[in-house]
Design a protein around this ligand. Structure first.
Ligand code: G4P
Length: 534
């Protein structure tokens, strides 16, 4: 059995796309699905301009805002040019929420992947959300493949864009494919490793895979003249500077292979898939909290990275998404929930893409499986069989927005409690309480204010409770302890709360208040929490 597992692991690649909203993540997801022949035509599932909604969109609010709040995974098989059709690669593309307010969710998703694709808009270069997400990848040691997208539109020069990457994030770009033609005149790619020209032909509306012509450097020079010469000169310059792909440096997070692409025209998309198969790492071992490693071929273990409910009005249930870390998963197997020691039956195991669900019977390391009605599970939890393992918890981010939440009508108190507790467990917001305020109006703490909107929308649709929210004038949280709490509560502009995970948090109106108290009362415990950008 472990040889089956080793084989399944070897052919798996689990990754996420990190990008700033509008860089083309949905379009690229769709283009990848087209190349893997999951769909026959692009445009069918893309959410823009009268097209049908995107695979990963689910809530009305998401549709209205054109963002995706939920995280789901798309699995497909792909046989690369050097691949064996009998044994294709299995690609798991885990969706990340696009908006900065959901960076805590994104962080959780990134704990479930082995590689990331950093998608950059050729005209805009590095944007704030890309930078932030890249920091998370660096922090977690996730190797990053860079795609410069929208090369079919006027934009910046390739050298300028790559300079920006090395200067602003210290990642050395190593081009795999250099664009032939400036941004806005995208003709094809020069393979930096073979020197070959890959010339693309546009298809109507970019709906189909773009046909490729492969030709030698000499034929390319004849066909493209100066445009080809420029591509050769620039990409050779990169090579002379030593910016060539080095697998070890890439896996160590020092370099990033780069591909220029147009997701909308399907140019460079096959090259990205091939790079994922060829260069991105397969699932690997993971350390437990006692520092023992769980090897991928060890008995089953998985980590829950996302819990959510009510994705579809037809399914008002709760799904916990786990990423398999080791062993083989078989639906129906009874696993142990490390946090409680209780058994957990996995009768209802699903893959979820948008509104569609499919039963999963077996799964392997790297795969994402949704467990239905998993009310006991929270993000960061471990499931295992056989020898116990518990993976480190996923850190909560330092909240910067706080609001009291209460039911609009006192008659709905019971539903209100149930709903708010569930949303708290799912990690939609952090929940805080203290004796002075009592339990009827807990305080929500969030990284971004849109998390509060999600609470209000979901309380209404799933629990039939209208909620009122009153913002609190705090902007900074610090972890404290019981010994410091009384003194802190006596200070103006400070309030101490207990978070659901038991942590004591002191909230401050602003950084000056915090600095003043730190100076006046240096013996108090006031520790920073993990910041969203750490
Ligand atoms: P996101 O998920 O990262 O937010 O981006 P999404 O795919 O929705 O793409 C954002 C916009 O960029 C879309 O246009 C999409 O068609 C366009 N786009 C994506 N990839 C490419 C590409 O390679 N080339 C070009 N030219 N456009 C691309 P939209 O929402 O219809 O807006 P607009 O184009 O009318 O501004």
């Amino acid at each position: 059995m472990s040889s089956t597992i080793a084989g399944e692991v070897a052919r798996r690649r689990t990754f996420a796309i990190i990008s700033h909203p509008d860089a083309g993540k949905s379009t690229m997801t769709e283009a990848l699905a087209l190349h893997a022949r999951v769909i026959n035509e692009a445009g069918a599932i893309h959410g823009k301009a009268g097209r049908k909604s995107t695979v990963s969109d689910w809530m009305e609010m998401e549709k209205a805002r054109g963002i995706s709040v939920s995280s789901t995974a798309l699995q497909f098989t792909y046989t690369g040019s050097a691949g064996d059709p009998e044994n294709p690669s299995v690609i798991n593309l885990v969706d990340t929420p696009g908006h900065a307010d959901f960076s805590e969710d994104t962080y959780r998703v990134l704990t479930a992947v082995d590689a990331a694709v950093m998608l950059i808009d050729a005209a805009k270069g590095l944007e704030p959300q890309t930078l932030k997400l890249f920091q998370v990848c660096r922090h977690r040691g996730i190797p990053v493949i860079t795609v410069i997208n929208k090369w079919d539109r006027p934009g910046r020069t390739p050298l300028e864009l790559l300079d920006e990457i090395s200067e602003r994030i210290g990642l050395i770009p190593t081009p795999l494919f250099w664009p032939v033609g400036i941004a806005g005149d995208f003709r094809g790619l020069r393979d930096a490793r073979t020197g070959e020209y890959v010339k693309f032909t546009r298809t109507a509306g970019g709906a189909k895979i773009a046909p490729e012509d492969h030709m030698s450097s000499e034929s390319a020079a004849q066909q493209e003249g100066d445009v080809w010469a420029e591509a050769v000169e620039e990409s050779d310059l990169m090579a002379e500077m030593g910016q060539v792909h080095d697998e070890e440096a890439f896996l160590a997070g020092q370099t990033s292979p780069v591909i220029f692409a147009s997701a909308i025209l399907n140019f460079g998309v096959r090259q990205l898939l091939e790079a994922l198969v060829e260069l991105a790492p397969p699932p690997h071992e993971r350390a437990g909290i006692d520092a023992t490693e769980r090897e991928v071929t060890d008995p089953f273990s998985a980590v829950v990275f996302k819990v959510q409910a009510g994705m579809d009005s037809a399914h008002r249930d709760r799904l916990a998404f786990m990423r398999i870390v080791s062993g083989e998963f078989e639906r129906g197997m009874v696993v142990t929930h490390a946090q409680t020691g209780r058994p957990f039956a996995t009768k209802y195991a699903m893959t979820v893409v948008g509104r569609d669900r499919e039963t999963v019977d077996t799964a392997y390391p790297g795969d994402v499986v949704g467990l239905v009605n998993a009310t006991a599970l929270a993000p960061g939890d471990t499931l295992y069989t056989d020898k116990k393992v518990q993976f480190p918890p996923i850190p909560s981010f330092a909240p910067e927005h706080f609001a009291v939440v209460r039911a609009d009508s006192a008659g709905k108190y019971k539903q209100f409690r149930k709903g708010i507790e569930q949303l708290g467990t799912e990690g939609v917001v952090q929940l805080l309480r203290n004796d002075i305020r009592g339990d009827a109006s807990p305080v929500m703490a969030a990284v971004g204010p849109m998390q509060f909107e999600v609470v209000a929308a979901r309380m209404k649709t799933e629990f039939n409770v209208d909620v009122q929210q009153d913002p609190l004038p705090y902007t900074i949280a610090r972890r404290t302890d019981a010994a410091s709490a009384d003194e802190l509560n006596r200070q103006r502009g400070v309030e101490v709360f207990e978070r659901t995970d038991g942590a004591l948090l002191a909230l401050f109106s602003d950084k000056w208040r915090l600095q003043y108290i730190e100076k006046e009362l240096p013996d108090l415990t006031l520790e920073p929490l993990v910041a969203a950008a750490d």
